[in-house]
Design a protein around this ligand. Structure first.
Ligand SMILES: [Zn+2]
Length: 295
């Protein structure tokens, strides 16, 4: 709040925020204290006020907030509080203050949605990096929704529970148990000299090799039959069959992250293998893709 009595007087800026008033006073009295402002919220406003104070164009004074006094500083301060707390309700009554871009850091982040970002830059950047990484990860695997049946009706609903535990990293593998001090060692409790992680149990562990081979053969067989039904040319079938064969193994050519993640409910993106040229009918193409990935 600024008050001015006559044309030549230096205006006074009143604030009920004691820390701000003290800060401006401190910095004024000690040369080169600007470093204090570097990490502060709203530092461009502080720098602006500070510049005005240094040039003798404004005085900054403290006035007690939320007081019922009738003094000149107290009354407009009450008014300012009122508009500040209700600015959402009557935005048209609140005068716009210019954004002091001229006292911001030399490089300041800006987005259309958020405006200028002066503080918590690390959190801000982290948010966008995480968002970008997440959307990248969502795209790389097959994005067709899995069929509902095995999750809701079939006896294999058990596999849905396993998947839930796997996705929340709650399966009692030796690696998890050791990290929670429930087990002495994180090494495989079956036959291998390897860390018993989720990926090890589902993809690497020799104990379950036979299971994986059997399951892989079954998926391959079913895929082959479906491709035959769809009348796909021999040459075009191969990459899809390879993907089916590699479902349970780390095949860098098939899995986008180079490791199999079938146990998290992911499948390689089959749609990439079924092109317009192979099946020009869009509906048939989509049907085949979802038919295949549902296995
Ligand atoms: Zn093992």
């Amino acid at each position: 709040m600024v008050t001015l009595n006559d044309a030549n007087a230096v205006p006074t800026l009143y604030s009920d925020h004691q820390n701000s008033v003290e800060l401006i006073g401190d910095i004024q009295n000690h040369i080169s204290q600007d470093s204090r402002l570097r990490g502060m919220n709203g530092r461009s406003y502080y720098r602006w006020i500070l510049a005005l104070v240094r040039e003798g164009r404004v005085n900054m004074m403290y006035t007690r907030g939320h007081s019922a006094e009738l003094t000149i500083p107290a009354q407009p301060n009450r008014e300012a509080d009122h508009y500040a707390s209700g600015s959402q309700k009557f935005p048209h009554l609140v005068p716009l203050a210019p954004i002091p871009t001229f006292t911001m850091d030399t490089y300041t982040l800006f987005t259309k949605a958020d405006g200028w970002i002066e503080t918590n830059i690390r959190t801000f950047v982290n948010f966008f990096l995480a968002k970008e990484a997440a959307s990248g990860l969502a795209r790389i695997h097959d994005n067709l929704p899995p069929p509902e049946y095995p999750y809701t009706r079939a006896l294999s609903v058990h596999s849905a529970v396993i998947q839930l535990y796997a996705r929340s990293d709650q399966l009692p593998t030796a690696e998890t148990l050791e990290s929670r001090s429930r087990l002495e060692s994180c090494l495989c409790r079956w036959v291998c000299n390897a860390v018993e992680s989720m990926h090890h149990i589902f993809v690497g562990c020799a104990q379950f090799d036979e299971w994986r081979q059997d399951a892989g053969a079954e998926v391959s067989l079913r895929t082959e039959r479906k491709l035959e039904e769809a009348d796909m040319r021999e040459k075009d079938r191969q990459p899809i069959l390879n993907a089916a064969k590699s479902l349970f193994i780390d095949d860098p050519a098939v899995w986008p992250l180079k490791i199999s993640q079938y146990y998290l409910g992911q499948t390689p993106s089959i749609q990439n293998f079924i092109t317009y040229r192979m099946l020009p009918d869009t509906i048939k193409r989509r049907k085949l893709a979802s038919h295949l990935s549902s296995d």
